[in-house]
Design a binder for this molecule. Structure first.
Ligand SMILES: NC(=O)c1ccc[n+]([C@@H]2O[C@H](COP(=O)([O-])OP(=O)(O)OC[C@H]3O[C@@H](n4cnc5c(N)ncnc54)[C@H](O)[C@@H]3O)[C@@H](O)[C@H]2O)c1
Length: 548
C-alpha cells in the first residue's frame, strides 16, 4: 500500500536489537512514505520469506538524527541483515514512540509489544491491508444479491432512510465500521450507510452467524467485509482487526457494535485504532450492560447510543424476532414436535417472553426460570409455571436460555435431565449453558446431525446441544425476519446520522435514542403495514399534559 511499505538496503544492524533478542535493521525512509511516526506491527520480507516484526518509524536520535529512519526488530530471524535488501510493510501502528530511562524498561516494553503483536494476529493469517475483503465463496454473490433485493422490499424503514438522507449524504466520507451478524438484513443496513455517504468496513459479531451469500454480495458491491460462517476464534479476531483497519492504518470514526466486542478492543488492545472515534451504537442488551459498566468505571472510549433500548428495537426484535427465529431454528434443526413437550425458558425478559409465548402457542407446556421477582410474577400471570432451574431441569424436553447471564444451566442440572433433552441458547454469548462442563461429564461427544452435538453420559443418557450453545437463531437458523430487522436497523442508521451530527457535543456516556427517531420509525412501519392510528386533538393533548 502506498506510503505503508518501505523498501531499502539495511544500512546498519544495531547491537541494541541483538541485546534485546531480535535482529534489528535500520533503513532510510524515503519522503514518499506518508505513515505517521510511531511503533508499528510490521511484516518484513527477507529473501522472499515473510517475518512478523516490530518497526519504529521516526527521527529518533538513537536511530538517525533528524532524518526519518525505520528501525525493525524481526521476530524469529537469525542471520545477519547488514547490506541486504529489505521490504517492510507497516501493518498497524501499535503505539507512539517514547523514550525509556533504562534498557530494562525498553526491553520490558518490547516484550509487551511483541506479545501484543503475536496475540493480534493468528500466526498463519497476517493483517493484510491490501486485501479488499475475505469471504467464504464469491460465487454466492449473485444469490446474495437476489436475497438482498427481496429483503429491501421487506425493509421499508431502511428504504425510507435511504430516500430521505441518501441525497444529503450526512455520512459523507465518515469511516463507519460494524461488527454485527453479516446477514442479508445487515447487508441492507450496510448499503443504506453507503448510500448515506459512509466509508464502510464490516465483520460479524459471532463466528457462526454470517450468511456467506450475504457476505459475498456485499464484497462484490465493493465494501471491505471480513466474515464467513464457521470462523475459528483467532479468525474471528483477525476479521475484526481487518475490518477496524481502514487504509493508512486509520481506525473508524463511528462504530456499530453488537455485544460489546468492538468497544472492548477499542478501549483496550486496539486503543490506537480508536484515536479518531467520535461515537457509536450498540445493538443488544448484553452489549448495553457492558457499556454502562464501562461508563461507571470511566473507561468508555466514546459516546455510545443504546440502540437496543429504543422501543422500535427491543419491543419487536428481542420479543417477536427472537421468539419466532429461535423456534424456527430449533424446529428445523431438530425436526421435533413442540406440541406436547415441556419447554424450559430461562429468563423472562424481552427475548424470553417471545420464546415462551411462541412455545405456548405451539402447544408446549412452558416452565419459566427467573431471578427477578416481578418477571417471575408476570410469567405466572401468563399462566407459565415458574420454578428454579434446579427443579425445572428434571422436567424439560427442550431448554432455551435467554438471560444474558452466565452459568444458567450447569453440571448439577445435566445430572438430572431427561434422556434426549435438547439444550440451546438465544442469549448473546455462549456462556449460558456450560457446554465445557457437559463435555467433561460426557463419556462421548458425537455429531448427531448438522448443528446438533450429542453428549453420552456415563449412565447412558444423551443430552443434545444445538449450535455449541451459541445463539441458536443465528448460528443454526436464518436470524430474524427482515421485517423485524428493518426496525432495529432503521434505529441504527438514524442513530449514526444523529451521532455524526451531535458527537462533538457529547460526553463519553451511554445515550438513549432520541424519542423522535423512535417515533418516526414506528410511524413509517405502521404506514408500511397499511395501518393508521388516531392522533391527539390539541384539546386532548392539553388534557393529558395539564393538571386539571
Ligand atoms: N438471539 C437473538 O437474536 C437476540 C436478540 C436480542 C437480544 N439477545 C440477547 O438475549 C439476551 C437477553 O436479552 P433481553 O433483551 O431479553 O434481556 P432482558 O434484560 O430483558 O431479560 C433477561 C432476563 O433474564 C433474567 N435473568 C438474568 N439472569 C438470570 C439467571 N441466572 N436465571 C434466570 N433468569 C435470569 C433477568 O431477570 C431478565 O428478566 C441478551 O444476551 C441479549 O443480548 C439475543
Amino acid at each position: 500500500m502506498a506510503g505503508m511499505t518501505i523498501e531499502g538496503v539495511v544500512e546498519h544492524g544495531r547491537r541494541l536489537g541483538r541485546e534485546l533478542g531480535f535482529p534489528t535493521a535500520n533503513m532510510a525512509v524515503p519522503d514518499s512514505v506518508t505513515a505517521a511516526d510511531g511503533v508499528y506491527y510490521s511484516r518484513a520480507e527477507v529473501d522472499g520469506t515473510l517475518y512478523d516484526a516490530m518497526s519504529n518509524l521516526g527521527s529518533n536520535p538513537s536511530v538517525g538524527g533528524a532524518v526519518r529512519h525505520l528501525e525493525t526488530h524481526i521476530f524469529g530471524f537469525g542471520g545477519s541483515l547488514y547490506g541486504r535488501t529489505l521490504r517492510v510493510e507497516l501493518v498497524r501502528k501499535i503505539r507512539d514512540e517514547r523514550r525509556f530511562a533504562t534498557i530494562g524498561e525498553l526491553r520490558a516494553q518490547i516484550a509487551r509489544d511483541k506479545e501484543y503483536i503475536l496475540e493480534l494476529k493468528d500466526n498463519t493469517m497476517y493483517l493484510d491491508l491490501t486485501m479488499p475483503y475475505k469471504v467464504a465463496d464469491m460465487s454466492l454473490a449473485e444469490w446474495g444479491r437476489k436475497e438482498i433485493e427481496i429483503a429491501e422490499h421487506e425493509m421499508p424503514g431502511l428504504m425510507a432512510v435511504r430516500r430521505k438522507y441518501g441525497p444529503q449524504k450526512p455520512l459523507e466520507g465518515v469511516r463507519v465500521m460494524g461488527s454485527l451478524h453479516m446477514t442479508i438484513q445487515t447487508a441492507v443496513l450496510i448499503e443504506t450507510l453507503v448510500e448515506l455517504g459512509a466509508d464502510v468496513r464490516w465483520c460479524s459479531c459471532n463466528i457462526f452467524s454470517t450468511q456467506d451469500h450475504a457476505a459475498a454480495a456485499i464484497a462484490e458491491a465493493g465494501v471491505p467485509v471480513f466474515a464467513w460462517k464457521g470462523e475459528t476464534l483467532p479468525e474471528y479476531w483477525w476479521c475484526t482487526a481487518m475490518a477496524l483497519s481502514f487504509p493508512g492504518g486509520k481506525g473508524p470514526q463511528l462504530i456499530v457494535d453488537d455485544g460489546g466486542d468492538l468497544i472492548h478492543l477499542l478501549g483496550g488492545k486496539c486503543a490506537d485504532l480508536g484515536e479518531h472515534l467520535i461515537g457509536g451504537c450498540e445493538e443488544t442488551t448484553t452489549g448495553i450492560h457492558r457499556l454502562y459498566a464501562r461508563e461507571r468505571a470511566g473507561i468508555l472510549p466514546c459516546p455510545m447510543m443504546a440502540v437496543n433500548d429504543a422501543k422500535a428495537k427491543h419491543y419487536y426484535d428481542n420479543k417477536y424476532g427472537t421468539g419466532q427465529s429461535s423456534w424456527d431454528a430449533i424446529m428445523h434443526t431438530t425436526n421435533l414436535m413442540v406440541a406436547g413437550k415441556t419447554v424450559v425458558v430461562a429468563g423472562y425478559g424481552w427475548c424470553g417472553k417471545g420464546i415462551a409465548m411462541r412455545a405456548k402457542g405451539m402447544g408446549a407446556d412452558v416452565i419459566v426460570t427467573e431471578v427477578d421477582p416481578f418477571k417471575a410474577l408476570e410469567a405466572t400471570m401468563e399462566n407459565f409455571r415458574v420454578m428454579p432451574m434446579d427443579e425445572a431441569a428434571k422436567y424439560g424436553d427442550i431448554f432455551v436460555t435467554a438471560t444474558g447471564c452466565k452459568d444458567v444451566i450447569v453440571e448439577r442440572h445435566f445430572q438430572v435431565m431427561k434422556h434426549n433433552a435438547i439444550l440451546c441458547n438465544s442469549g448473546h454469548f455462549d456462556c449460558e449453558v456450560d457446554v465445557a462442563a457437559l463435555g467433561r461429564l460426557a463419556e462421548e461427544r458425537f455429531p448427531r446431525r448438522q448443528n446438533i452435538e450429542g453428549f453420552r453420559l456415563p449412565d447412558g443418557r444423551i443430552l443434545n446441544v444445538l449450535a455449541e450453545g451459541r445463539l441458536v437463531n443465528l448460528a443454526a437458523g436464518n436470524g430474524h425476519p427482515a421485517e423485524i430487522m428493518d426496525m432495529s436497523f432503521a434505529v441504527q442508521a438514524l442513530s449514526l446520522e444523529w451521532m455524526a451530527k451531535h458527537a462533538p457535543a457529547l460526553e463519553k456516556k451511554v445515550y438513549n435514542v432520541p424519542a423522535e427517531i423512535d417515533d418516526q420509525i414506528g410511524r413509517v412501519k405502521l404506514a408500511a403495514m397499511g395501518l393508521a392510528i388516531d392522533a391527539l386533538t390539541p384539546e386532548q393533548e392539553a388534557y393529558l399534559t395539564g393538571w386539571d
